[in-house]
Ligand binder design. Structure first.
Ligand SMILES: [Ca+2]
Length: 73
């Protein structure tokens, strides 16, 4: 197992800053990326191939329990 594989398993989807938890910081990072037109597969939690405010919203919803964290791509 490569270190990357372990790291990917350790961070839940939506944990963009890889600190082990999904927080508003992750949503802010994703929103900032969307504004700048940057894309990352880590940030694309909706799985639509784009980085948008929808991804930030879904991270906030998962953080608050409004949606199940399993719905994040
Ligand atoms: Ca995080």
């Amino acid at each position: 197992m490569f270190l990357y594989d372990w790291y990917a398993m350790a961070s839940p989807y939506g944990d963009v800053n890889h600190d082990g938890t999904i927080t508003s910081t992750d949503a802010a990072i994703v929103l900032g990326m969307a504004v700048c037109g940057k894309y990352s597969t880590d940030a694309d939690v909706s799985g639509d191939g784009r980085g948008t405010s929808l991804d930030a919203l879904m991270i906030l919803q998962a953080m608050t329990g409004s949606i199940n964290q399993d719905r994040l791509n």
